[in-house]
Design a binder for this molecule. Structure first.
Ligand SMILES: O=C(O)CCC(=O)C(=O)O
Ligand SMILES: [Fe+2]
Length: 323
């Protein structure tokens, strides 16, 4: 358990990918991505192309969802495939800390029931649980549109990473064809005053996949731990996503990139905080191991190879106390 001590300064790096998107300086953007990720696996992403209205819109949809009566949300109670509504207090992202002060709505790609991964009973695939259209008009369509664009931006970041590693831009595509991608809408009630019993909005954790794209409202509260051990505020930057690399990156890069611990405390005395991370996790069966570009000659890999799905399953079980 990570004992809560407030941060000391602010997260700084900004990666602008406009020159990747228009093709004017792909190598320059790849170099900048690499430079930042070697320093800290967390940065603000600009030049990504998502309209501000869509970024604001997904936060608005999250708020519309969470203000529904509890019974309406409970009717969508999270299923074994990890899609649906997760009430307050179910998960401890810092595994042996008290449960997180948050409620969530988990949305995936909505694979059909005859999809082989759904038939095989793999979590993170399969049907979503949507509220009634009458109760929340437009919610589903908006979420699906956001999901598709967030996935595209994540794929672009993976193409940038492939370039850094001296690989073709589409190197990771086979691992992203059937991704365990998840949109998690989150509501954090206000938590003013001192932290009691080390219980906060979400406990210190790393993300478990490849890359995460986060949109947060202007309440603030996200905190990131640098490799030095120092905690940093990752306050919202208008128009930017907060992007972080997940646990697969240190494996690919032999520890050159950090999957930094982070946590949330909504310090506001009265404001409810809404945030929406989009987790771009790989295909369940993707095997992740050190890439040649990151292997010093004759050295042993620092991190054992792993299967993306097994890692995710283990982390889910630990964070829900099913360890
Ligand atoms: O709400 C946030 O700002 C971050 C949430 C987060 O880190 C997570 O759900 O993994
Ligand atoms: Fe996270």
């Amino acid at each position: 358990m990570v004992q809560y001590v407030p941060p000391v300064r602010a997260l700084a790096p900004v990666l602008d990918i406009a020159r990747w998107r228009d093709g004017s300086d792909k190598p320059g953007v790849a170099r900048e991505f690499d430079r930042i990720c070697r320093e800290i696996g967390f940065f603000y992403l600009t030049g990504h192309g998502m309209a501000p209205a869509r970024m604001a819109g997904i936060l608005r949809e999250a708020e519309r969802f969470f203000v529904l009566p509890l019974e309406a949300k409970q009717a969508l109670h999270v299923a074994a495939n990890r899609r649906g509504y997760e009430p307050m207090g179910l998960q401890s992202l810092d595994f042996d800390a008290p449960p997180d002060l948050k409620e969530s709505m988990l949305i995936g790609r909505g694979n059909p029931p005859d999809h082989p991964y759904v038939l095989a009973g793999l979590a993170n695939y399969g049907a979503n649980q949507w509220p009634d259209e009458a109760a929340l008009p437009g919610f589903r369509a908006f979420c699906e549109g956001y999901f598709a664009e967030a996935a595209e931006i994540s794929r672009m970041l993976m193409a940038i990473f492939a370039t850094v590693a001296g690989l073709p831009e589409d190197h990771f595509e086979p691992m992203l064809r059937e991704p365990m991608a998840t949109l998690r809408m989150i509501h954090y009630p206000p938590q003013p005053g001192a932290v009691v019993g080390n219980r906060i909005g979400c406990g210190a954790h790393t993300d478990w996949g490849a890359i995460t794209l986060l949109v947060q409202d202007d309440t603030g509260g996200l905190e990131v731990q640098a490799a030095s051990g120092e905690w940093l505020y990752a306050e919202p930057l208008p128009g930017a996503f907060v992007v972080n690399v997940g646990d697969m990156m240190p494996v690919w890069t032999d520890g050159a990139y950090h999957s930094n611990p982070h946590r949330v405390r909504n310090r506001s005395p009265e404001r409810h905080r809404y945030s929406v991370p989009f987790f771009m996790d790989l295909d369940y069966f993707a095997r992740v191991e050190r890439l040649p570009a990151f292997a010093a000659p004759g050295s042993e890999a620092r991190h054992a190879p792993r299967t993306a799905g097994e890692h995710l399953d283990l982390m889910y079980r630990l964070s829900y106390g099913e360890g």
